[in-house]
Design a protein around this ligand. Structure first.
Ligand SMILES: N[C@@H](CCC(=O)N[C@@H](CSS)C(=O)NCC(=O)O)C(=O)O
Length: 261
């Protein structure tokens, strides 16, 4: 395919969120795993499409209802066999595109953590594998932003999709949906920060145009998670963020795969 290669090492210099597909660089050994990072601008959500180049089996992470047509078009244009649409948690700020996507793509199954309280074809638990071709995503439970938050780690640990647990130089808020700053701190330090230093981390959101980070960078520069637990809890208790605008629509809808009228 003629999608531009993602630059390595990344620089975080982009002033606008990347809104074009990229294929991972040969040197990272993933030339046969096309990975596409897509952006939904209203909720600043990243959706990821990963595929095995040979078998064309694919997985989509965190699709958004508003960008359903775009994502389905990508799947069709790339000739992918999209097997699983996985949500990293029950989102509070946007409605998932999973339920509607299932209606358009035959055989597509939805997946979410069993701790999310949401309905899906597959209820995921710690250590489960989501396979696509010769690749797999390993489910790691990273609660704290919500009870049912998961981080999806590529089998060789070269990249991980952190949902709202770890954001670039930030983290998910912990003031609703069973949020707990203590649990989030433990999840990040005991799961995400234990991944290899150069493991690429892809979040579910970014509000500043940043697209990717690494474990090493976040361990060193994350302004919240480099603090001790007590200071972290204080920071999280004082974020004073306004409630997500769509929370009252999004949460009930996402408990039903985004299909509530
Ligand atoms: N303004 C947005 C919501 C922004 C927000 O609260 N983001 C969440 C993740 S989506 S629930 C978050 O955890 N933010 C952490 C942070 O430090 O910004 C809207 O109205 O939807």
């Amino acid at each position: 395919t003629d999608h531009p290669a993602h630059p390595f090492p990344h620089t975080h210099k982009a002033s606008e969120p990347v809104n074009f597909p990229f294929i991972l660089d040969d040197s990272h050994g993933h030339i046969d795993t096309p990975t596409i990072q897509l952006f939904e601008s209203e909720s600043s959500t990243y959706t990821y499409l990963l595929a095995d180049k040979n078998t064309k089996e694919a997985v989509i992470i965190d699709p958004v209802k508003e960008t359903l047509d775009r994502d389905v078009k990508f799947v069709k244009e790339l000739g992918l066999n999209l097997k699983i649409a996985v949500n990293t948690h029950c989102h509070a700020d946007h409605v998932t595109g999973t339920g509607l996507m299932k209606k358009q793509i035959q055989g597509l199954k939805s997946a979410i953590s069993k701790h999310s309280g949401a309905s899906a074809d597959i209820q995921l638990s710690e250590g489960d594998n989501i396979t696509f071709g010769k690749h797999c995503l390993i489910v790691r439970e990273t609660p704290g932003h919500t009870d049912g938050c998961i981080t999806l780690v590529l089998g060789d640990k070269s990249m991980a999709f952190t949902g709202d647990a770890l954001l670039i130089r930030g983290c998910g808020r912990t003031d609703f949906q069973q949020g707990s700053a203590e649990r989030l701190y433990k999840s990040i330090h005991e799961v995400v920060f234990k991944l290899p230093e150069d493991c690429l981390l892809y979040p579910a959101h970014d509000y500043k145009g940043q697209t990717v980070t690494t474990v090493g960078e976040e361990r060193k520069y994350n302004p919240r998670l480099t603090k001790n637990l007590e200071e972290f809890v204080k920071i999280m208790d004082n974020l004073n963020l306004p409630k997500p605008k769509k929370i009252d629509i999004a949460v009930p809808a996402n408990l039903l795969c985004g299909l509530q009228d």
